[in-house]
Structure formats: C-alpha cells, structure tokens
Design a protein around this ligand. Sequence first.
Ligand SMILES: CC(C)(COP(=O)(O)OP(=O)(O)OC[C@H]1O[C@@H](n2cnc3c(N)ncnc32)[C@H](O)[C@@H]1OP(=O)(O)O)[C@@H](O)C(=O)NCCC(=O)NCCS
Length: 171
Amino acid sequence: MTRSPAPGGSGVGAARAEVVVREVRPGDREALASLFEGLDPESRFLRWFTGGIDLLQAEDWAGHPERVGGVGLLALVGAEAVGHAVLVPDAEDRGEVAFEVAAPWRRQGIATSLLDRLVAAARARGLREVHADVLGENADMLAVMRAHAAPHAEQTDGSVTHVSLVLEAPA
Ligand SMILES: CC(C)(COP(=O)(O)OP(=O)(O)OC[C@H]1O[C@@H](n2cnc3c(N)ncnc32)[C@H](O)[C@@H]1OP(=O)(O)O)[C@@H](O)C(=O)NCCC(=O)NCCS
C-alpha cells in the first residue's frame, strides 16, 4: 500500500506541526546523545543489530554525516531531537538509510517524513536506489519502507530483510 503524503508534503501528520525536520549541523551532538541514550535496549538492537552499541561512537558518527559523504536529518520539537535519519552512499548509484525515533513520538509519521526527505536528497545526488537492512520483526520499519511511493524490492537473508526503493531517473 502506498501512503499519501500529509498536507503540505511534510509527511508528518498535521497534528504534529510542531515537528521540524532539518539537516544535522555541527553542534547537534548533545541533541543526538539525548535521543540515542533514550532508546531502550530493544530499539537499539533493532537499529544497530547489537545490544552492545558504543553510543559515544554512534553519536560522533551521526553528528558528522559529511565524513562518510552522507546526509543526516534531525526531527526536532523545540531543541529536543525526537528523530534522526541518515543516508550513506555505499556505491556510485545507491545509498543506505537508517532511522531512530524516540518512543513517545512513534507512529506519527516522523520516520515516513524523514524517509521522504532522504529520498529527495538521494535523487538530488543522482542516486538510483535507497535501501535499508531491516530485522524481520521490525514491522514499523518495514511498513515505512514498503509504504513509500517509489517501487520497492525485497530480499530476505535469514533474520534480515533487505528493502530497496528504486528511484526513477530525473525527468
Ligand atoms: C522504525 C521506526 C524508525 C519507525 O518510526 P516512526 O516515526 O514510528 O514511523 P512512522 O510513524 O512514519 O510509521 C510507522 C507506523 O506508524 C503509522 N503512522 C504513520 N503516521 C501515523 C499517524 N498520523 N497516525 C497513526 N499512525 C501513523 C504508519 O502507517 C506505520 O504503521 P503501519 O505499520 O500501520 O503502516 C521507530 O519505530 C524506531 O525508531 N524504532 C527503533 C529503531 C529502528 O528500528 N530503526 C530502524 C532501523 S533501519
């Protein structure tokens, strides 16, 4: 099923107009730390596929997407980061995406909105595919990827489903 974008094209529900999405900037380290450190163990496992993630390293990495040629986005309510997403090019024409949304803010379209923005960034860079490795039990992340307007393809390898969005060439 393809979900329609919210009015205004943000993808975040109209009731959540206070959520602002912008690129990660130098100085966002504290906001990222607070988001990552607030994730419960299950969420950390769903995101990083390990319970033993080095959060300091993850925060440093997320705070500097330019180091890997990527794009990082924050969803903010005031100064509080309620969501983060990253696009990391991993081949000439494709990039991998990953997301974290704070538990109280889930199921309100934030990851959907972040994905819309990352797909637009990928298109602007001439990428033809955006993909994510998602654990099979991660129904919400699978739903976010599958609901995107771009055609998708999936391949399951053990517990991981590899979901690819195929982006058409720019008009
Ligand atoms: C997976 C994750 C990023 C999803 O974030 P999210 O902001 O809750 O995602 P969305 O709200 O955009 O979409 C998730 C679900 O909410 C639904 N939803 C979206 N907007 C909604 C709204 N206004 N009202 C009710 N439900 C809504 C979506 O339809 C989807 O549900 P579905 O399964 O019925 O289709 C979040 O659960 C998370 O951070 N999990 C832990 C880390 C993780 O798994 N990261 C992904 C690894 S790649």
